[in-house]
Design a protein around this ligand. Sequence first.
Ligand SMILES: Nc1nc2c(ncn2[C@@H]2O[C@H](COP(=O)(O)OP(=O)(O)O)[C@@H](O)[C@H]2O)c(=O)[nH]1
Ligand SMILES: [Mg+2]
Length: 460
Amino acid sequence: MSETKQPGWFGRLFGRKAETPTETPAETPAEVPAESPDPAVTMPTEPTGTLSEGVPDFATGADDVLPAPPTVTDASPETEPEHDLPDELAGADLEPVEGVQPEGLAPAAPEPEADEAPEPEVRESEVRDPGIPAEPDSLVIYQPPAEPEAPAEKRSWWGRLTGGLKRTSSALSDRVTGLFTKRKLDADTLEELEDALIQADFGLETATRIAEAVGKGRYEKGIAPDEVRAILATEVERALDPVAQPLVIDTTKKPFVILMIGVNGAGKTTTIGKLTQKFRAQGHSVMLAAGDTFRAAAIEQLRVWGERTGAPVVARPQGSDAAGLAYDALQAARDAGTDILLIDTAGRLQNKAGLMAELEKVIRVIRKLDAETPHAVLLVLDATVGQNALSQVEIFQKTAGVTGLVMTKLDGTARGGILVALAAKFGLPVHFIGVGEGVDDLEPFAARDFARAIAGLDKG
Ligand SMILES: Nc1nc2c(ncn2[C@@H]2O[C@H](COP(=O)(O)OP(=O)(O)O)[C@@H](O)[C@H]2O)c(=O)[nH]1
Ligand SMILES: [Mg+2]
């Protein structure tokens, strides 16, 4: 390691360079595994997945190009955990969409001087199970600062929900206004309404039901657009009500273990950060396991969230065994008497079989410590992939026993009806929805609010 004075964590996050130009060749970007900022983590405006013969293509986008095998295997994270990537790439996943600064990322206070930068408090764990391939020297637990950042100023959830669902609701609303203004209701109009709903990914079954409900007893009469919206809201609420179930944390489990799964870029890590903020605000202690050991940037990303939300992050260097890490994190959470352990996972393996095998292994290995774990398996789905979400549910459900869904990026699509299609097909609980990148842009899923927002109605 050179003598170079490195900037603090926030300095690196905001791109501040080392104070002395460094000559360490190992830190030049060219020497780092060629991993560019992931296109899958910027928000696609069109569905990024493909639906080929009902099987999701997990290898879309960057997934089909495996980064070079991890080269940082012997670097000790106690001394240089941040140097796996050049500054330009570190935290690349946190890059805002279209230049929007993610909420809460701006430093609230002047940055500490580089030499006063708080170094993470690092604790070593012992090897607890000789059967688990662990690298005891490399396990680190990043402790958050004593006082995590103050949460950003709150906008009402209704405001963020309607803002987030704007693309879907205005696409629908425009069609409804166009179709039902000063027109008699006939079969053609209803068919067009059905088309609009199918385009918003409601699914054929629900689209037909809504169109029928609108037509019922009104043929050859006029119907005002607002009436159509009201019927739409009623039908959507009826479809979603059974799946809108809160995630119940059983406080008798210590820790209550939540495994987060989903394809790369779905929003797992971000959702973990948002959930941590919520759980901490409810008075729970939370620990995070950086189980996406595939990329250094993924570990860093979780570490930033831990720092922001006041949760310790258990990590190992890139390339470590994810199951072993999850095992150690569960042990650490037990030792610390933590209420909730959130385990992040990778979604980026080269093929579906590899991804599923890794998830199965994580579950198998943590069950050696506690046969009831994981207590919840949350599948994170990106709303912008559209119909592909349906096949993702099928496949993850088989492997990991999904207990509930989180749907993210509803703000990034005009096809928010996918939630209705999912409810109709699987009936799995939908616990949370995300409508933005900020820490507050996630809330428990409420069918009525969602239905009214998507139909373009007031809260009511
Ligand atoms: N607009 C928007 N972006 C989101 C939402 N949730 C996550 N993201 C962004 O999606 C990208 C991928 O998220 P990440 O948590 O890294 O996905 P992971 O690979 O599943 O862990 C990041 O840029 C997030 O900021 C959301 O609800 N809305
Ligand atoms: Mg991630």
